[in-house]
Ligand binder design. Sequence first.
Ligand code: GCO
Ligand code: MN
Ligand code: MN
Length: 395
Amino acid sequence: MSRSRTAPQDAYTPRPEHHFTFGLWTVGNPGRDPFGEPVRPPLPPTRIVHKLAELGAYGVNLHDDLVPPDASPSERDRIVREFKAALTATGLRVPMATTNLFSDPAFRDGAFTSHDARVRAYALQKTMAAIDLGAELGATTYVCWGGREGVETNAAKDPRAALVWYRDAVNFLCEYVRAKRYDMRFALEAKPNEPRGDIFLPTTGHMLAFIYTLDHPDMVGLNPEVAHEQMAGLDFSHAVAQALEAGKLFHIDLNAQKAGRFDQDLRFGSDDLKGAFFLVKLLEDARWPGMRHFDSHAYRTEDEEGVWDFAYGSMRTYLILKERVERFNGDPEIQQLLADLGRRAGGTIGERLTFSAERARALQAETFDLPSMRRQGYAYERLDQLTVELLLGVR
Ligand code: GCO
Ligand code: MN
Ligand code: MN
């Protein structure tokens, strides 16, 4: 990789303190798709660690892409030893771990929600092994993405039974982590469809409601992904805001997506820049301390150099948007419009209405100036245009 091509040293240069992370499976994605074979050779995990560190990332997350499921115990030990040596040499961390519960043909009917109890048990065995490896490498977040937890036809299973099995599995895993005294929390990731026709708990909101039915809701939060919420036609920032507000944003999968498509996992900010801007604004305004993880991959057209362009570009775009957020927050005209909004609303903007008997009586007796409330404009057109101009770099 030629650093000069992708890595100018400027205000948008990624550094470990920015907490950017990538999965081994993201930069290591070989470009296989349902219509074509891999276009890139596999990248050894140790090489990925060195390259990510060179580019300024904070960490690397893993799937089954570190230790192949069929590795012998001595192979596993060698792979982990070499990986740890690369981490020590570079200072890169492993904040998150997960496992693949969707590729093996055994998982054709799901893992935690498979009709076959043997498959559900095997999924737990595989997950416990991944949790152990994650804990060994220092990971404190375990992501559960229910790849095939769904159906093609509702003739197949009672979705209520599936939810019971799903809950049993997450409860089982929470008890396992407690018994092992690991410092680890679970982050559940929703996706509406693909690879299956319909996936259970299809959005971040569905997942959030499910969490409160678990035995240890405090141990379980969310890992929302940009592309997945957009596939459901939803506003990603709103899903993230709800997770944040509930104290449940444990992790995040950043990428980009064109509306109405398959799960594209594009480079962060490469589509829907405005959506990306408001997402960064949300995370930065909230001073969210979590990892900025990119669950995405390079275009299938790329060779290895293109992969590093992709990785560097993801982090850089985040930092550029972060700088735009600072500009938005400091832009006198934008801030004036927001302040005027308060005046228009009679100085009551943001006021909370909470119940007391007195308050209820006062409200019942109040006469509202409905004509003025009906006439009121909000100047959002102007606000949005200023936002667009700021994003286009002319403010
Ligand atoms: C996808 C998912 C996955 C998961 C990853 C971690 O749509 O393929 O987003 O990339 O996030 O497997 O569990
Ligand atoms: Mn995805
Ligand atoms: Mn994801």
